[in-house]
Design a protein around this ligand. Structure first.
Ligand SMILES: Cc1ncc(COP(=O)(O)O)c(C=O)c1O
Length: 416
């Protein structure tokens, strides 16, 4: 039955009780049972983010220029800190957005508008990407009537640069690479993609949505992390989400442009309506002021030292998960993770259905992350996943035995 609009109002205590009841069956994400959607760096970063968000709860970042000058300054500083982190050259610019999908959308829009001004490029336009690129590229392409050519990945499930080069034609406007890709957690060969982009004069977008705010700190730890930022020639735009491994509250992402002129193409200006000039760098008009303030506060709270310390904990934890999974008879990693995303599968799929293992894990309260091609299990690990590691690995080992013993198969489908 359809819910009726309430006749009388209710006070907060009653509403909170009802909300708690509604969420009573939720996945226990605070105890690391969710393999995606939520992120945790440290308790203090969480608290600083929450306080800052609530302080600017009512402000609207759309009004930063005309009304909320403090917020505008915070937004500018968040962008500048990101440009610094990603080794951007002088003249590079950026802006905040409400998420990775929006950042990718705006990068594709800027690229599409650049492409329209290039006589050598002919519509219909296309984007050449590895199969592992995020679905957001297709979402953007769908809206803008572009094609996305997804090509099988190569060694280590990283982008196959030769295959991508072969797929380029006179409609190709963008090459996409990830740092890392969501499905397998590996960083594409951005240096090679950059060289290809320069050679063919094509826009290279690096999707560092999930890894952008953690990879530089893994590098500082001395881990072998391939270059992916503006230090790599040919990288033209980078998307990086603060609301993932930047440990900032949602919704907050950043998009950076090597050339200020490119950002101009991403902007939307309009004044043929009663209220005059309307200009935005995002799809959204109204944007949560709290998210801007919280990003500024969390970045200042953690600083390079804080992010590096968390990266150290994340790296040790991920190593522990990987070692534990490799020790389970019948499982193997589908890729060696560069950062904190793990993707593993049955060594012999004919003898063990990994989705049956996932289903059994689900029955024990672990929301299973899945990849469908190749068939595997998946998790994006943040500090929520540290305390439950032993329990997860013990349950995983026992679910493998259970699935193998029962010779069970599963009808599960991978859902993001
Ligand atoms: C590599 C990558 N790109 C883009 C996105 C999309 O980000 P959002 O969900 O914030 O739109 C994600 C989300 O996980 C991602 O992992």
């Amino acid at each position: 039955m359809r819910k009726a609009f309430p006749k009388r109002g209710a006070d907060w205590p009653a509403l909170e009780t009802e909300m708690n009841q509604m969420s009573g069956d939720d996945i226990d994400w605070r105890r690391g049972r969710a393999p995606l959607y939520v992120f945790h760096g440290s308790d203090s970063a969480h608290e600083v983010g929450r306080q800052a968000f609530m302080k600017y709860f009512s402000e609207n970042a759309l009004g930063g220029r005309r009304a909320f000058f403090g917020l505008k300054r915070m937004e500018d500083e968040v962008v500048e800190m990101g440009l610094d982190l990603f080794q951007a050259p002088d003249g590079a610019v950026g802006n905040l957005s409400t998420g990775g999908s929006e950042s990718i959308f705006m990068a594709v829009k800027a690229c599409r508008d650049w492409a329209r001004a290039q006589p050598r490029l002919h519509e219909p336009f296309n984007i050449v990407a590895p199969f592992s690129a995020h679905a957001a590229f297709n979402k953007a392409a769908d809206v803008m009537d572009l094609d996305v050519r997804r090509l099988d990945t190569g060694t280590g499930r990283r982008a196959d640069v030769a295959a991508m080069a072969a797929a380029i034609d006179d409609g190709t406007i963008m090459l996409a690479g990830s740092a890392p890709c969501f499905p397998h957690g590996v960083i594409d060969p951005i240096t090679e993609l950059g060289a290809l982009a320069l050679e063919r004069d094509i826009w290279l977008h690096v999707d560092a949505c999930v890894g952008g705010y953690v990879a530089p700190f893994f590098q500082r730890l001395g881990r072998d992390i391939p270059g992916f930022d503006f230090a790599v020639p040919g990288v033209r735009t980078i998307s990086a989400d603060l609301h993932k491994f930047g440990f900032c509250p949602k919704p907050a992402s950043t998009l950076f442009y090597r050339f200020a002129g490119d950002r101009e193409r991403g902007l939307f200006h309009f004044d043929q309506w009663p209220n005059g000039q309307f200009s935005t760098a995002t799809l959204s008009g109204t944007r949560a002021g709290g998210a801007v303030a919280a990003a500024w506060a969390v970045m200042h709270h953690l600083g390079v030292d804080g992010y590096t310390a968390i990266a150290g904990e994340l790296a040790a934890m991920t190593d522990g998960y990987v070692a534990g999974i490799k020790a389970i008879d019948g499982l193997h990693m589908l890729a060696e993770p560069d950062l904190t995303i793990i993707n593993f599968a049955a060594r012999k799929p004919a003898e063990l259905d990994i989705f049956a293992v996932a289903e059994a894990m689900g029955q024990r309260g672990w929301l299973p992350g899945l990849t469908q091609n190749p068939k595997g299990m998946h998790a994006m690990l943040s500090m929520f996943h540290a305390p439950g590691r032993e329990e997860y690995l013990a349950d995983l080992a026992s679910c493998v035995e259970q699935a193998r013993g029962a010779n069970s198969t599963s009808g599960l489908r991978a859902v993001y």
